[in-house]
Design a protein. Sequence first.
Length: 122
Amino acid sequence: MAGECEGNGTGTIETALDILVGKWKPVILFHLLDKGTLRFSELQRLVPEVTKKMLTTQLRELEYHDIVNRKIYAQIPPKVEYSITEYGKGLMPLLLSMHEWGLTHLEHLDELYGESEETIGK
């Protein structure tokens, strides 16, 4: 493991983090992987804390990196759907690991401090 972390400055971890970092990107990706194709309004309902502008920005960044596909239908009212690309599906093991670790961490904090998910960070 130590040898794997040593680098020559290629920035592979930094590259991955650049794509995934953003408060909402992992949440958006997790919902798209779990539910499949979703409309913008459906994503808004699934992540009510995110603003419309931030959701748009995060989706556009994921689209730029070919993680998310954006399909626009020529109709009125406009219809836009988002889905994970084949390339983006490679993130599934990472996102599932992050999800599992997050659950384990919440349980750990509960054991240490008696904190529930609702009280953490407040």
